[in-house]
Design a protein around this ligand. Sequence first.
Ligand code: ATP
Ligand code: MG
Length: 552
Amino acid sequence: MEEKKPSNFIRQIIDADLASGKVDRVRTRFPPEPNGYLHIGHAKSITLNFGIAIDYNGSCNLRFDDTNPAKEDETFIEAIKQDVHWLGYEWDGLYFASDYFERLYGYAVELIEKGLAYVCELNAEQMREYRGTLTEPGKNSPYRDRSVADNLDLFRRMRDGEFADGSRVLRAKIDMASGNMNMRDPVLYRIRSGLVHHQTGDSWCLYPMYDFTHPISDAIEGITHSLCTLEFADHKPLYDWVLDNISIDCHPEQIEFSRLNLEYTVMSKRKLTELVDEGLVSGWDDPRMPTIAGLRRRGFTAASIREFCNRIGVTRQDNSIEMGVLESAIREDLDAAAPRRMAVLDPLKVTLTNYPEGQQETLTAPNHPKDEAMGSRSLPFSRTLYIDRSDFLEVAPNKKFKRLVSGGEVRLRNSYVIRCDEVVKDAQGEIRELICSYDPDTLGKNPEGRKVKGVIHWVSAEFGVPVEIRLYDRLLKTAQAGDNWKEDLNPDSLVVIDHAFVEPSLADCEPGQQFQFEREGYFCRDSGDADRLVFNRVVTLRDSWAKIEQGG
Ligand code: ATP
Ligand code: MG
């Protein structure tokens, strides 16, 4: 896929900062918390941050924002690194906010010494009470005017593990009457004892809050533009306050953009964690999940995800993107790049009475109708075949039906024209087999004296390979996930077909390889079980979402 340089309001700010000399080299970062797998929303932030670094010849760090050890885990760190790489990006520096714990502690001491932070002993409930509301100012904590010496002593003892969780916090001394709730003496540090942090082990029982950690980590790394989602807009005054009041030279500019929301799915790590933990999906990489790992296993390419992120753009408008936008990105990519194959999902046996028993021949079929460079593959042809049940009807329902009917002819894709001579039914009247004949004079040419319009796909019954096919559909029944989103889970989000046949050239394809199964859709060999041939449907051939929207 061809990738064009995007243009958006953030890039315009960067252009201006470079032109004015405010910034000489752009430095960005992507700062995930390692408490879950990355999802397509994170991909928006990744393509934005890494894309800017690439296009402006700057740099982008991967920084794990690891200040909450209770929910974090080493396996998430590894999965996140793998996903960023797979998306096609290389970080300049790999950092952890926990690398800065000692320096952060030092900056907290500096704030205390300047009379700008204090140790508070209000409990959580009192703290809420004192905080006020959006319409009423808060009240000063009774601990607000402790001496610097007392604060320093208490803060050191908090670090030394002398106090219980929740008994004391360090707060910034800003303004309890501020119209911005985040500025009403926000908590900077809290005690979390007895936890083993994946990076720092048990060396700390005192952990810095996000609002204190983030600006300082950005500044330590010399980040020029700190890009985050809109919910942090109200935190920007605090971001700036922290950097204005400590001795650090760098002051990155925080710029907010709107989060990606996708219809018919959930996007927050909390909800995705619930799906995994409650066994509602098979794991973080379940192909129905909007995670990078799930999309990869489903058969999405990294290029299609990057292209999707470019198409949706970067703005400050909150909105929800239609699934069709993501699907058309992968459809276009695979239309150009995926080899064509034939697979019969719902097999109906066809016997060619005039094709001698025991005979076989090898036909050749192009891998791509529009790209000769992709070569061709062999296709064995024999006396018994499978076609899809939906490609046969005893009587054509209308003139548009171009498939096989009793007494009618149809072309087998890449092969001969056949005619249906007889329909074999069982006692229940169910069609069991079609007795047909083939016209040996129709390979690669039109039959004499008549027109055969329909073309259907097929697989040799003798040489076809049995496979499992998994058809995926939207995760939720409703476009917008409400509070009771788990009741909206689509029971048909996965349909397993365990009696499909594919042409033999697919027997030794690699896990992760994508194909177009002609007339059926794009499929990817599943990577979950290396011993079995399982194919995941990546996406249908045409946009099926338009129909859903109309309730069809
Ligand atoms: P979640 O709400 O899913 O847990 P988060 O914001 O807590 O997401 P982080 O790991 O803290 O997850 O996010 C890392 C970066 O990715 C942040 O800069 C965040 O703003 C960005 N990000 C997260 N979700 C989205 C989204 N849906 N769209 C765009 N950017 C996102
Ligand atoms: Mg977060």
